[in-house]
Design a protein around this ligand. Structure first.
Ligand code: SAM
Length: 286
C-alpha cells in the first residue's frame, strides 16, 4: 500500500489503529498488487528484495502482511522464517501458504520484536517501514535480533514516474484527499526519513548499521485505464477517506484524462519507483 510522503517526524497514536483496521478489513491487497506490478525484467519487488539477502538462512520480515515476501524467501532457500504484522487477518492468510507452515508469524509491532537477541541472519521489510513510527526503535530492535554482520534490506516507495498514469492519478486525487472530511481522513503515516537514503542512514547508523546501499527500480502498474484505476485505488490508503460520490467523480476524471496516455498498444503506462536500501550490522570489532 502506498501513501504520499508525510513530513519528517510526524507521529500519530492513531496511525497503527488505522493500519491494523484497514488491513484486517481487506487482507492480501498488497501482495496482489505486488505480483501484478513487476519490473520490466519480470521480477517482482519481493524477488528483488529476496535477492538482497540471498543465502541468509534465518530471516525476519517486518510488516509481513499475508506472507508474499516470506514465500519468495522460502522458495529461495531460507529455512527459518519469521514475520510480524499489526493485522491478524493478514497473518491468517499467511498461515494458509504451505511454504510458511513452519514460519514463526506473530501479531505485534516492529518496535517491540518478540524474538531473541542474535536470532536472525537477515531482516527484511517490503513497502512497510515507511508507514511505521518510532523508526529509531525499529532500528534498535533490528540490530538486537540480528547476528553481528547480519543483513538488513528494505524496500520503500519512491513515488510516481512523471508523465505516466500514477503521476496523473496523484495530481487529480490530491484535491480530493485534501478535501476529505475530518472524520474520514487518514492519519499521517510514518516517518519521512524512512523514504530517503540519508534519512535511513540517520535512523540506522546509530543502531550500529553501515551506511546503506541504495538502488531504484521501476514497477509497472500499467494496463487499460480501468485496470490502472483499480490497481491505484487499491494501493492508496487515502482512498478510504473519499465517499462514494467523490470516488465516482475522481474515477471519471481519471479515466477521461488517462486516454491521452494510451500508447499504440492501447496500454496506459503507470510506473512507480521502488527504492531498495541494504546494509549490514557492524561486527563487534568494526
Ligand atoms: C503496505 S503493507 C505491506 C505488506 C507486505 N510487506 C507486502 O509488501 O506485501 C504494510 C504492512 O505493514 C504492517 N505494519 C505497519 N506498521 C507496522 C508496525 N509498526 N509493526 C508491524 N507491522 C506493521 C501493516 O499492518 C501492513 O500489513
Amino acid at each position: 500500500m502506498i501513501t504520499p510522503p508525510s513530513p519528517h517526524g510526524s507521529r500519530s497514536e492513531t496511525a497503527e489503529t488505522f493500519l491494523r483496521d484497514f488491513h484486517n478489513a481487506g487482507p492480501g491487497r498488497q501482495s496482489v498488487n505486488t505480483e501484478r506490478a513487476p519490473l520490466a525484467d519480470g521480477r517482482t519487488g519481493y524477488q528483488v528484495l529476496a535477492a538482497e539477502v540471498a543465502g541468509a538462512r534465518r530471516v525476519l520480515d517486518l510488516g509481513c502482511a499475508d506472507g508474499g515476501l516470506l514465500e519468495v524467501l522460502a522458495a529461495a532457500g531460507a529455512r527459518e522464517l519469521a514475520g510480524i504484522d499489526l493485522a491478524d487477518q493478514e497473518l491468517a492468510l499467511a498461515r494458509l501458504r504451505p511454504a510458511l507452515a513452519d514460519a514463526d508469524l506473530r501479531q505485534g509491532r516492529a518496535q517491540e520484536l518478540p524474538f531473541a537477541d542474535d536470532s536472525f541472519d537477515a531482516v527484511v521489510s517490503h513497502m512497510a517501514l515507511m508507514l511505521m513510527h518510532d523508526v529509531d526503535r525499529i532500528a534498535a530492535e533490528a540490530a538486537r535480533v540480528l547476528v553481528a554482520g547480519g543483513r538488513l534490506a528494505v524496500a520503500v516507495g519512491g513515488g510516481a514516474v512523471e508523465g505516466e498514469a500514477m503521476s496523473l492519478f496523484l495530481t487529480l486525487a490530491r484535491p480530493y484527499f485534501d478535501a476529505a472530511s475530518p472524520e474520514r481522513s487518514v492519519p499521517r503515516l510514518g516517518d519521512g526519513r524512512a523514504r530517503s537514503r540519508e534519512g535511513l542512514d540517520e535512523l540506522f547508523g546509530p543502531a550500529g548499521f553501515a551506511p546503506v546501499s541504495w538502488d531504484t527500480v521501476v514497477l509497472d502498474m500499467g494496463g487499460t485505464p480501468e485496470q490502472v484505476w483499480d490497481a491505484l485505488t487499491e494501493a492508496y490508503y487515502e482512498m478510504a477517506a473519499l465517499d462514494r460520490d467523490q470516488t465516482a467523480r475522481l474515477r471519471a476524471e481519471f479515466l477521461a484524462a488517462a486516454e491521452s496516455l494510451r500508447g499504440a498498444d492501447t496500454r496506459v503506462p503507470a510506473g512507480m519507483r521502488l527504492n531498495i536500501a541494504t546494509t549490514r550490522l557492524h561486527h563487534a570489532t568494526d
